[in-house]
Write a protein that binds this ligand. Structure first.
Ligand code: PGA
Length: 259
């Protein structure tokens, strides 16, 4: 794998600030030099960001902090929202965008995803842009087309330099939190199609530098199959990111694949 692997933990709406300290400390305690071969990011709920950043910064463990969502405007009358400057102020340098749960439950559209991705690039924050099809779309044989359309919409208007702040996470909706994963072959097929789409949008060089992750019930027992795929550069981990043993094992597996 020529790209540095990335393992990002999406804690979703789990962990109080106190619990977030325990979990991030547990992960940080396992930090070892081999982890330098992997980019590791913890994405806790917004309210936990400062606590998690403080733990990781104190330990100097080279683990980054990311948010799970942001608003594209720097400030203003957007009750309940969090701006990118606010995220930066508490130490976040990553942000997940367009997770299928946000698209499904909070009405996040492709156009909102695009505004967020552009605002993050402008601010110099890394975006983890989630794309993925439903089972109905897959069964209709439309998975690749659907996902590539999402990628086009998310990256619309970005040039190669801005696209360098984006990572794409392919997360088939039917595999999220279900215990059912895509096969490595299915994931690789879509990851390769994503990379070809990115090449079409911003050029071959930017596409070959961009990381594409798999997400959806990824755990230590199945990670090898995904990380062996030429176009899969890491994982966006939900359930398994809440367990120190599992998350740190995933980082170790990714480090092994980086060798
Ligand atoms: P999961 O979630 O690993 O629990 O399937 C992944 C995600 O939603 O990012």
């Amino acid at each position: 794998m020529s790209r540095k692997p990335l393992i990002a933990g999406n804690w979703k709406m789990n962990m109080t600030p106190a619990e977030s300290v325990v979990l991030s400390q547990g992960i940080s305690n396992r930090y070892s030099r081999g982890w330098n071969k992997v980019d590791v990011v913890l994405c806790p709920p917004t309210i936990d960001l400062r606590s998690v950043y403080t733990v990781l910064d104190f330990d100097k463990s080279n683990i980054d902090v990311g948010a799970q969502n942001c608003h594209w405007e720097p400030s203003g009358a957007y009750t309940g929202e969090t701006s990118i400057p606010m995220l930066q102020d508490v130490g976040a340098n990553w942000c997940i965008v367009g997770h299928s749960e946000r698209r499904e439950y909070f009405g996040e559209t492709d156009s909102m995803v695009n505004k967020k991705v552009r605002a993050l690039a402008e601010a110099g924050l890394n975006a983890i842009v989630c794309v993925g099809e439903s089972l109905a779309v897959r069964d209709a044989g439309e998975a690749s087309r659907f996902v590539c359309d999402q990628v086009r919409a998310a990256l619309a208007g970005l040039d190669a330099a801005e696209a360098a702040f984006a990572t794409i996470a392919y997360e088939p909706i039917w595999a999220i939190g279900t215990g059912r994963t895509a096969t490595p072959e299915q994931a690789e097929e879509i990851a390769a199609a994503i990379r070809a789409t990115v090449a079409d949008l911003v050029g071959e060089q930017a596409a070959s530098a961009m990381r594409v992750l798999y997400g959806g019930s990824m755990k230590p027992a199945n990670a090898d199959g995904f990380l062996e795929c030429p176009d899969i550069d890491g994982g966006l981990i939900g359930g398994a990111s809440l367990k120190v043993e599992d998350f740190t094992a995933l980082v170790e597996i990714a480090a092994k694949h980086a060798e």
